[in-house]
Design a protein around this ligand. Structure first.
Ligand code: NAD
Ligand code: ZN
Length: 271
């Protein structure tokens, strides 16, 4: 948007990127934690930023809460309608996602833990083996009763054909997207991988996340306790700014290509 500050021209921003390059150049492997802010430039709004979905409409949080979803057919009908219209299915990865992919291709990425459910990291070419989608994915449906799963498009076709709240084709149960809603537990194996990512890598880079959703945000204090450098890239302040090694305040889409370019000495989008 035109009224947003141009971080690329800001000397503080550039100095912070340079400092981060210096820090990350000293380690062999980097773990990355991303949140909704890395995908806003792909046209997917975040939840808690100034234009966030929940900032504008606090009621929307209900649709992401399992108890409301299971008990209220109207919540489910609205959720399906929103899925059908969601920008997540047409969005494309941006230069922030591509920069992390370049880090991976260069052998520098330990693990990428994303809170995003949009699938854009894998779409940009980061090795799925190194990606932990800790809050699940919108690209699959799942049945809360039998655990059945399938491509989301299967369910969206039914909604477009007139089924407002399509039941599971296997058992007749309630279907949802394969995302972790509030009130649901994270997958233990994924959580373990997130912890290991903080413990085993040389540094942690947190991008586009308000660092307010636990236990995932806990990767940051864990890395700090172990004495690992922590770099935060975010448009707004986070609770860990004071403790972080370097804070890059600004756009992830501007910061990450510069950062990766400086680290790898030349950066190219992976096709
Ligand atoms: P959040 O909404 O709490 O915070 C996003 C942060 O990103 C904000 O602090 C904001 O200032 C910052 N930000 C926005 N645009 C930015 C940009 N271009 N560059 C740098 N920073 C930017 O998001 P969260 O911490 O990821 O947690 C919200 C939860 O919502 C997650 O668990 C996730 O599952 C879900 N979510 C996912 C998506 C997605 O998949 N794209 C979108 C919205 C919400
Ligand atoms: Zn079922």
């Amino acid at each position: 948007m035109s009224d947003e500050p141009d971080f690329s021209q800001n000397s503080q921003f550039l100095a912070a990127v340079d400092e981060a390059i210096g820090v990350l150049a000293t380690v062999d492997s980097i773990s990355v934690l991303t949140g909704a802010g890395i995908s806003t430039d792909s046209g997917i709004p975040d939840f808690r930023g100034p234009n966030g979905v929940w900032t504008r409409n606090p009621e929307a949080e209900k649709r992401s809460t399992i108890q409301f979803y299971l008990s209220d057919p109207d919540v489910r009908k609205l959720a399906w309608q929103i899925r059908v219209e969601s920008e997540m299915f047409s969005a494309a990865p941006n230069d922030g996602h591509h920069a992390i992919t370049a880090l991976d291709k260069a052998g520098k990425l330990h693990t990428l833990v994303t809170q995003n459910i949009d699938g854009l990291h894998v779409q940009s070419g980061t090795d799925p083996e190194r990606v932990v989608e800790i809050h699940g994915t919108v690209h699959k449906w799942e049945c809360v009763d039998c655990g059945g799963r399938g491509p989301m498009e299967e369910a969206l076709v039914r909604v477009r054909a007139g089924e407002e709240d399509p039941p599971c084709a296997i058992c007749g149960g309630i279907m949802k997207s394969a995302t972790i809603m509030f009130g649901q537990s994270l997958v233990a194996a994924d959580l373990f991988r997130a912890e290991q990512a903080a413990v085993q890598s040389g540094a942690l880079l947190a991008v586009g996340t308000s660092l307010s959703v636990y236990p995932v945000a806990g990767m940051v204090p864990l890395a700090l306790e172990l004495g690992r450098p922590v770099i935060i890239v975010n448009a707004e302040p986070t609770p860990f700014d004071a403790a972080a090694t370097v804070v890059i305040r600004g756009s992830a889409t501007e910061a990450l290509p510069r950062l990766v370019n400086g680290l790898l000495g030349g950066w190219q989008k992976a096709d």
